[in-house]
Write a protein that binds this ligand. Structure first.
Ligand code: PRP
Ligand code: URA
Length: 208
């Protein structure tokens, strides 16, 4: 499995905005959107291209179109905050949804919704979720997608814990992981340290 940590001054600045407990939801969403745009740019790197002919106002020349369909699959809820950034680069991307929440005591993911587009086998599938903590949610989501036919999957997150990276590597070594930060560890509640708290609550302005 490849792990890429995207380093950029704007990402470092916005990660600090996201980590700051005083940042309200509006500021949190704006900073997430900016980082997600940079992550999306990297996550789409290496997509296959096909040559096409294009007429400029001057002459005919060779151009390119993407030679793969793209499917974005946010893990609900928090993964929704990263979808628009990718779709801006690939407007004809199709979007699937996988709903799961972590049980408060076991920290195991609980599935509550799934809706995926057809054609997963031919598509490049980008799974989005800001937090890779124990890795339970990501691994379950990826296993579900593979069972549904997906073969080329990339996982895009904001903050990863070493524990989550190790689990993804063990269970899905074929899935590259892109993140803006690799944090220190998990705490006793399986929250990422230093992390940013509960990503879904901070995006949507909810609390436990
Ligand atoms: C958060 C986060 C991930 C998951 C990560 O979701 O968005 O989906 O936890 O933890 P894991 O790696 O240990 O599985 P949460 O369960 O809080 O649901 P929400 O997005 O609806 O808030
Ligand atoms: N889910 C979150 O939203 N944050 C964490 O730190 C861990 C799991």
């Amino acid at each position: 499995m490849s792990l890429t940590v995207v380093r950029h001054p704007v990402v470092a600045r916005d990660l600090t905005v996201l980590r700051d407990r005083e940042t309200p939801s509006a500021g949190f969403r704006a900073a997430l959107e900016r980082i997600a745009t940079i992550l999306a740019y990297h996550a789409l790197d290496g997509l296959p291209l096909r040559e096409t002919r294009v007429l400029t106002p001057i002459t005919e020349t060779t151009g390119h179109v993407l030679d793969t369909s793209v499917v974005v699959v946010p893990i609900l809820r928090a993964g929704l905050g990263m979808v628009d950034a990718i779709v801006r680069f690939v407007p004809d991307a199709r979007i699937g949804h996988l709903g799961m929440y972590r049980d408060k005591t076991t920290h195991q993911p609980v599935d509550y919704y799934a809706n995926l587009p057809k054609g997963l086998a031919e598509a490049t599938v980008l799974v989005t979720d800001p937090m890779l903590a124990t890795g339970g949610s990501a691994c379950d989501a990826i296993a579900y997608l593979k069972k549904a036919g997906a073969r080329k999957i990339r996982f895009v997150c904001l903050i990863a814990a070493p524990e989550g990276v190790a689990r993804l590597q063990a269970e899905h070594p074929d899935v590259p992981v892109l993140t803006a930060a690799l944090d220190e560890r998990l705490n006793e509640h399986a929250y990422i340290v230093p992390g940013l708290g509960d990503a879904g609550d901070r995006i949507f302005g909810t609390t436990d």
